[in-house]
Design a protein around this ligand. Structure first.
Ligand code: ADP
Ligand code: DP6
Ligand code: CO
Length: 314
């Protein structure tokens, strides 16, 4: 038996499209920051008694084709024919745009690799996590990481940019809505790829990756925030200009963003980023985070996060 814990990560430069669905290869590289509050614990037990894999999420028997896909790959790699019992506990709302798939598959990658005897170096874990969910490739690492898009299973994995040294960056989640999203990330990005602006977004993203790496290395929170906000707005514009347009923003989303802009113009470092859901995340610093939180608390539950650790055994 082995059990692992992994934390969610927020994308500063988003992954929003696949070039290969089977291997979960992305159309662009992306950059994430692993956080310290929301996480998943997953345990894998190999048994001779089971006739199929069994997945239990938050105490309930569940079916999860992605878990089976990853396990089939692991069995093919190791030659094992054993089935597994997977027990997972989310300390993050599921499918609400808070990256449960990232913490889930990073934790699962370590627990499964350990149980079946696959290598547990970080690049190997990152590849396996990616097979389950792209954003999970980054949650293998603490702090800032970059997922290089690559061109096949071997070349598409994340690496650390800067370990969770705390230079004061904070991410505030404004939880206006914890309900399950109607359009899962994988479907959202597939639809976004039909936007006439998609190729332009990809070339913007390439430039932003370089700018973001420099900003992180310089520990420049304002630059990180400005680039991340522009990248996120571009991603959501793709959704609105897709063949079948859609939008993850809700009315409250704009209200929160407008308040963040007001704070920025009043001299407080505060920048918005949004994933596949209506909840806004604010990039700010340790000096301003309490003030920002106080300003936004009327919109819903507030969670102040710091850079967090990579995947570990528990
Ligand atoms: P999110 O914004 O939460 O990442 P996604 O649409 O990307 O939402 O992913 C949700 C998917 O992740 C769902 O298919 C869900 O079953 C799966 N998932 C969530 N938590 C776990 C877990 N602990 N173990 C395995 N899969 C999980
Ligand atoms: C908007 O990694 O959840 O959060 O690979 O299909 O599981 P799948 O998608 P997922 O997509 C994350 C989308 C995003 C941006 C990001 O985290 O990079
Ligand atoms: Co996800």
């Amino acid at each position: 038996m082995t059990q692992a814990r992994a934390y969610t990560n927020i994308a500063l430069i988003k992954y929003w499209g696949k070039s290969d669905i089977t291997w979960n290869l992305p159309t662009s590289s992306s950059i994430g920051l692993t956080l310290d509050q929301l996480y998943t614990d997953t345990r894998v037990d190999l048994t001779d008694d089971l006739k199929q894999d069994q997945f239990i999420l938050d105490g309930q028997l569940a079916s999860n084709p992605r878990i089976i896909k990853v396990l089939d790959f692991v069995r093919q790699q190791t030659g094992s024919h054993k089935y597994a019992k997977i027990t997972s506990e989310n300390h993050v709302p599921n499918s609400a745009g808070l990256a449960s798939s990232a913490s889930a598959f990073a934790a699962f990658a370590l627990a499964a690799s350990d149980s079946y005897g696959l290598p547990t170096d970080r690049p190997s874990l990152s590849r396996l996590a990616r097979l389950g969910s792209g954003s999970a490739s980054r949650s293998v690492y603490g702090g800032f990481s970059i997922w290089y898009q690559g061109y096949d299973h071997q070349s598409s994995f994340a690496q650390s940019i800067l370990d969770p040294v705390d230079f004061g960056i904070r991410v505030i989640d404004v939880l206006t809505d914890k309900k399950t999203k109607k359009i899962p990330s994988s479907q959202g990005m597939q639809r976004a790829q039909s936007s006439p602006d998609y190729s332009n977004w990809l070339s913007q993203s390439k430039m932003q990756i370089r700018e973001m790496i420099a900003a992180i290395k310089n520990k420049d929170i304002e630059k990180i925030g400005l680039i991340a906000e522009r990248n996120a707005m571009g991603m959501h514009a793709l959704n609105r200009s897709a063949d079948k347009p859609f939008d993850y923003f809700a009315g409250e989303t704009w209200a929160v963003i407008n308040d963040i802009h007001r704070l920025y113009h009043a001299g407080i470092p505060a920048f918005a980023t949004i994933d596949a859901g209506p909840n806004v995340k604010v990039i700010t610093d340790s000096r301003s985070c309490q003030k920002v939180a106080d300003q936004l608390k009327n919109f819903g539950e507030i969670l102040i996060q710091k850079p967090g650790p990579g995947v570990v055994h528990v």
